[in-house]
Design a protein around this ligand. Structure first.
Ligand SMILES: [Zn+2]
Length: 94
């Protein structure tokens, strides 16, 4: 029943905390400042940031099918779901 409770309480991050961390990190705040803002240890912040960077890196340059034509292409990131051709075509619409 209580498996992992102690560790979960110590390491569990809420969505709000993660988005605060993301925001502060993007504002180039130091780990110490982020730690103070979230009431967590600097170590926990470093851990979270490196996990964040790793997942960003994993998303970067991943081959995925284009949402438009289904062709596999190298995505530049999670925001990038269209191949170059389709992106160019949709950019023309704006
Ligand atoms: Zn496409």
């Amino acid at each position: 029943m209580s498996w992992g409770n102690a560790t979960a309480n110590r390491s569990r991050w809420t969505d709000a905390e993660i988005s605060t961390l993301n925001r502060l990190y993007e504002q180039k705040k130091s780990a110490a400042e982020i730690a103070a803002a979230l009431g967590r240890s600097e170590g926990a912040i470093y851990q979270r940031i490196s996990a964040l960077c790793k997942s960003t890196r994993q998303n970067k340059g991943r081959v995925r099918p284009c949402m438009c034509c289904g062709l596999n292409f190298r995505s530049e990131g999670f925001h990038n779901r269209l191949c170059v051709k389709c992106r160019r075509a949709s950019a023309d619409l704006y």
